[in-house]
Design a protein around this ligand. Structure first.
Ligand SMILES: Cc1ncc(COP(=O)(O)O)c(C=O)c1O
Length: 406
């Protein structure tokens, strides 16, 4: 694989810091995630943010800070916009609210970032067949990038996964299985299948490269704000790869000396009350998620009762001075719709959870009205047609009830 710009140095266990050489297919160490490390001292001497100026506006502009090299498997990723949201901000009591809209990426969610890097790596290392468990959006993204790379892809989804996610995986050529269980039941099938059938396991945090792709959310945000960071970031957190990835991005940028202020944002991990293992652990002072008995939420991406990177999310949230909070399904759906109606953005239920949590934090004076706040919209609302159900009046064109029409 051509890796000419990448400054990748090696791999390191996130659990006990054991180091490993870079290269070859890798999974976990002692059942916990591996992290990619970079030669930041060398990069600091040879590059400055100004060098990015002439590059295409996509995630591959950060090639030095990615493992993938200069020939990625791409579906035309864009740098997603960070949009000021004054009307929604006013409703929430904030003067400086932004949404970074990840729904613009291929397959309509931020999962493309991780899959673009993971599939580039897997394909470059000779993998023929990838498999993964998914809450929905990761499956669609994996199917798309696997197709683009010419790889076979098998996806296991909980049977109650939103219909669009299920059909999208099939439409993009994946073999799709609906499982009577939760995402970790799907994960167990993938791991068994990897042994029996030789699939490469793309489960979140079970290989180190999806995280690197998601890291680009943080790199992009910093660049879009002129190498400064907001005061607060709210992120809908399931397994937590996005939050961990952003935190890793910020620490790499700080070490490179690219940030104009060393102050990092408070990271708020937002979950749904029906499945909030990290919120329970945060409140209890634990370092590992506390799995709920009967996980349930309409925000399917947040239906992750346990994840092997749980301690990494909780460490990042605590180090940042942030917190983990949850909200009820009714609230998150109402906020997703309200934000859409106020700002014209297609907000997924998972991000609705962030908005509901934000309302609470502003009300409790834990976020000041003038602070710069960024919410991540991780997917497009239209992927959740079941959750968008509305009762609409039906009219007869020969008898229009004008007195009821506004
Ligand atoms: C729309 C959406 N938001 C957020 C998440 C949670 O992602 P993470 O694994 O980064 O916590 C998911 C995961 O499936 C998702 O689909």
């Amino acid at each position: 694989m051509d890796r000419n710009r990448s400054h990748v140095k090696g791999l390191k266990s996130a659990w006990d810091e054991t180091t490993f050489p870079f290269g070859g297919l890798c999974t976990t160490h002692e059942g916990r995630p591996l992290l990619v490390t970079y030669d930041l001292a060398r990069l600091r001497k040879s590059m400055s943010p100004a060098d990015l100026g002439r590059r295409a506006p996509d995630m591959w502009r950060y090639a030095e800070l990615l493992p993938a090299g200069d020939n990625p498997i791409s579906l035309g990723e864009v740098m997603t916009p960070v949009l000021p949201c004054p009307r929604l901000g006013k409703r929430l009591g904030l003067n400086n609210l932004y949404i970074k809209d990840e729904s613009r990426l291929p397959t309509g969610s931020f999962k493309s970032r991780g899959m673009a890097v993971a599939i580039t790596m897997a394909s470059g290392l000779g993998v023929q067949h990838v498999a993964l468990p998914s809450a929905g959006n990761a499956g669609g993204a994996a199917a798309a990038y696997a197709a683009r790379a010419g790889l076979a892809c098998t996806v296991f989804l909980p049977a109650d996964t939103p219909l669009v996610n299920v059909r999208e995986c099939a439409q993009l050529g994946a073999r799709v299985y609906l499982v009577n269980g939760l995402i970790h039941d799907c994960g167990a099938i993938v791991r068994a299948g990897a042994e029996r059938l030789g699939w490469f396991d793309l489960s979140t945090m079970h290989e180190p490269y999806r995280l690197e792709g998601k890291k680009t959310m943080g790199l992009e945000l910093a660049e879009q704000f002129g190498w400064t960071l907001p005061d607060v970031i709210l992120y809908p957190t399931g397994g937590g790869t996005g939050l961990i990835g952003m935190w890793k991005a910020f620490s790499e940028l700080r070490e490179l000396g690219w940030l104009r202020s060393p102050k990092l944002p408070r990271m708020i991990a937002c979950q749904a009350a029906g499945c909030a293992p990290l919120v329970a652990a945060f409140a209890a002072g634990d370092r590992h998620g506390i799995a709920p008995q009967h996980p349930h939420t309409v925000a399917s991406g947040l239906r992750v009762p346990q994840g092997i990177g749980d301690f990494m999310v909780l460490d990042a949230v605590r180090a940042s001075g942030g917190m983990a909070l949850a909200t009820e399904d009714e609230e998150l759906l109402a906020w997703a719709r309200e934000a859409g109606a106020l700002e014209g953005l297609s907000i997924c239920p998972e991000t609705g959870a962030c908005l509901a949590v934000l309302k609470t934090l502003v009300k409790e004076d834990r976020i000041h009205p003038d602070e710069k706040v960024v919410v991540f919209n991780t997917a497009a609302a239209q992927k959740y047609v079941e959750a968008m159900d509305v009762d609409l009046p039906r009219i007869d064109p020969s008898n229009v009830p004008w007195s009821e029409i506004s």
